[in-house]
Design a protein around this ligand. Structure first.
Ligand SMILES: O=C(O)CCC(=O)C(=O)O
Ligand SMILES: [Fe+2]
Length: 280
């Protein structure tokens, strides 16, 4: 497990706080099996609700056939599918595969990597739906495991501009953990989604924006301190993507706070980061 990344890539990641690794995953062996199970789960959920779907046979290009139709009939079907696809063995194999782990350990020069509880999943970003979009954030505020953690993000379909790729603010990781508030800009949102950057506009204005285009097999890495957010999906189809995160048990900050679980698992980040949190 040596030389997973070129020296240039490694330097780019350190300097910019993100990196695209083209073709990191083997599409046929690692991505297609996930797509196949998603296709079948969509069918099984439809069946469970007595919904008839007329759809083409499975193909990697149209693995989510029927999803749009189903959520148009009842949006809750989408939520059911969202929870179920995280339990696909091929997905779990992908997120903890040896090469990803080795890549993390080598980037962070550590012997002890971890994957936080509920720190991984498959996003299904439905066109024009705002409710579940991730607004600007740094991962560490939502996944307080180690400050040097890294997000691994990979698409299940080709993400062109109309799909609203993830927007990254290059070099923002260099300025450290921002101050956040709850119940300000995002007061009308659900639970963890209420937490947002304090003085968001002012902070975002300081950086350039990058929205890299990706296709199945490509890997987007983001430093846990890099500010990023969801683009707006204007395509006629949901943007499906896999996210997972590794943290470093050897990180002193993580050790001090006790490698906490994610906000969605119930961690109260206002308590974990009293100096980085304003309650409004
Ligand atoms: O896919 C997105 O829109 C956001 C992804 C994200 O915030 C993450 O993977 O940490
Ligand atoms: Fe994120």
């Amino acid at each position: 497990m040596t030389a997973i990344l070129s020296e240039a890539d490694r330097k780019f990641f350190e300097a910019e706080g993100y990196l695209i690794v083209k073709g990191f995953y083997d599409v046929t062996n690692e991505i297609t099996p996930i797509q196949k199970d998603i296709y079948d789960i969509i069918g099984l959920v439809a069946e469970r609700h007595g919904e008839v779907l007329n759809r083409p046979r499975f193909s990697p290009e149209q693995f989510d056939a029927g999803y749009n139709t189903l959520i148009a009939r009842n949006r809750n079907y989408g939520g059911e599918i969202y929870d179920l696809v995280k339990q696909i063995p091929a997905f779990l194999r992908l997120i903890c595969n040896e090469r990803s782990d080795a890549l993390f350990r080598s980037l962070r020069n550590t012997t002890h990597s971890g994957i936080g509880a509920e720190s991984y999943g498959i996003r299904i970003d439905v066109p024009y739906e705002d409710k579940f979009r991730s607004h600007w954030h740094q991962e560490f505020m939502f996944q307080p495991q180690s400050i040097d953690g890294i997000v691994f993000w990979t698409p299940l379909l080709p993400v062109s501009a109309e799909y609203g790729p993830v927007i990254v603010l290059p070099k923002s990781h260099r300025d450290g953990l921002c101050v956040y508030s709850r119940g300000a800009n995002y007061a009308d949102k659900q639970g963890a989604y209420q937490i947002g950057l304090h003085d968001e506009d002012e902070i975002i204005r300081k950086y350039e924006q990058a929205a890299p285009l990706t296709e199945p097999g490509d890997l987007l890495l983001m430093d846990f301190l890099t500010i990023h957010g969801s683009g707006v999906n204007r395509a006629g189809r949901a943007r499906w993507s896999v996210q997972s995160r590794f943290f470093n048990y050897r990180d002193p900050v993580g050790q001090k706070i006790g490698w906490k679980a994610s906000v969605t698992s119930g961690t109260d980040v206002a308590q974990v980061f009293p100096d980085h949190f304003i309650e409004t």
